[in-house]
Design a protein around this ligand. Structure first.
Ligand code: GDP
Ligand code: MG
Length: 304
């Protein structure tokens, strides 16, 4: 780790901001918008984010370490339980909690569950009501009132993570609540994930994009080989895990067409991210019920 280059002002404010919310409300989109780069994958499918990860924004006056978490929901399998625990564990470490909600709809069961989880938490709580770009004018008052009634919020704001509305204002609110201290990370670090973990996630994002229903939930991506060749190219071999033979067929597609499509769009993004020519080889393997198998989950790096 290198030292931050600029001298640190005595009123510098770094801190951990955990985003907490139901699945699909836009937590990862918001984190990416703040950091200014895609460090967390995003998809219209619920439960895309499976692990806690950090996105770091360094400014002249503050360093905000956003902690993206899996959506809090009622889990149906062991993986789901681990995901919810990952999100809950982010709460005690945070200097500020950002409760992210989808303001286009009224609070649902998951929002109420989260509100209950936060009742006794002393950490400042800020409510970010996202997707205001889709909010019908007639719904503004009833919806914002319903969310604000869920808890005791230090501040609240309507935003659009996708369009960028009110993000500067939200950032100002956040910084006010952070403690004084020197920065926590070097100024050029954007995430705590390894390159390999990020690449695995980018591949998973593409695999999710082209599939519906149960398939996205059954997909996991593992990097098996990562080699820098003499010509500067990076050779990556990755395995797409699914749970059933039928899913394997779907992911591979007719004559391999689907896997090729996933590989091509993933490679483009990996190359842009690594700034290197990349050779990406994808294979699909079946691991029955990996989401229920503690051993398997541990091997995949989940904390059980
Ligand atoms: P997460 O599960 O809470 O992390 O949600 P994601 O960030 O993965 O986003 C879920 C879906 O909502 C994706 O399709 C996003 O493009 C979409 N989304 C996120 N923020 C906004 C927003 O401000 N406006 C609109 N219209 N869509 C958004
Ligand atoms: Mg997410």
């Amino acid at each position: 780790m290198s030292e931050p280059d600029a001298p640190v002002a005595p009123d510098y404010r770094p801190g951990f901001v955990a985003t907490i919310g139901s699945p699909n409300v836009g937590k990862s989109t918001l984190l990416n918008a703040f950091v200014g780069e895609k460090v967390a994958i995003v998809s219209p499918k619920p439960q895309t984010t499976r692990r806690r990860l950090r996105g770091i924004l360094t400014r002249a006056d503050a360093q905000i370490v956003f902690v993206d978490t899996p959506g809090i929901h009622k889990p149906l399998h062991k993986l789901g339980r681990t995901m919810v625990r990952e999100a809950e564990q982010a709460i005690p470490d945070a200097d500020l909690l950002l409760f992210v909600a989808d303001v286009t709809r009224l609070p649902g069961d998951d929002d109420v569950r989260i509100a209950r989880l936060l009742v006794d938490v002393r950490t400042p709580l800020v409510l970010a009501m996202n997707k205001q770009d889709l909010l019908a004018p007639a719904d503004v008052l009833p919806h914002t009132d319903a969310y604000r009634a869920l808890g005791t919020f230090a501040d609240w704001m309507m935003i659009s993570a996708r369009r960028g509305d009110n993000l500067d204002q939200l950032m100002r609110l956040i910084v006010q609540h952070l403690p004084l201290s020197p920065p926590l990370y070097p100024a050029d670090q954007l995430t705590d994930q390894t390159e390999q973990a990020m690449v695995a996630e980018l591949i998973r994002e593409k695999a999710l994009k082209y599939h519906e229903q149960e398939v996205p939930h059954a997909i996991e991506v593992l990097i098996e080989e990562w080699e820098e060749r003499d010509n500067g190219m990076i050779f990556i071999e990755a395995v797409v895990l699914v749970e059933k033979d039928s899913q394997k067929g779907i992911v591979i597609g007719a004559k391999g067409s689907m896997l090729k499509k996933i590989g091509q769009s993933a490679r483009q993004e990996i190359e842009a991210h690594l700034q290197r020519k990349t050779y990406l080889e994808l294979r699909v393997k079946v691991r029955a019920r990996w989401r229920e198998d503690e051993e398997e989950l541990r091997r995949l790096g989940y904390e059980i």
